[in-house]
Ligand binder design. Sequence first.
Ligand SMILES: [Cu+2]
Length: 82
Amino acid sequence: MSHTALSNPETTKTMPETTLHVKGMTCGHCIKAVKDTLEAVEGVTHVSISLGHETVRISHDDSMTDSNLLLEVVRKAGYRVD
Ligand SMILES: [Cu+2]
């Protein structure tokens, strides 16, 4: 009995994730502004924002950007990052 195993090499590279605590986001417009700003950064693959928790989760390629740069980008957009 042959068993066909799916060869599934590790094609899904896990991206490092940075969580920032962002203050000052009050509405959908703020969320969009922060999201758009971060998504424009080279290396950023996914941004997810929780207004209630004031958290911004960013998946990104570590070789292209890091959490300090992302933090600066949010600050420059006019929001406080703790
Ligand atoms: Cu707003």
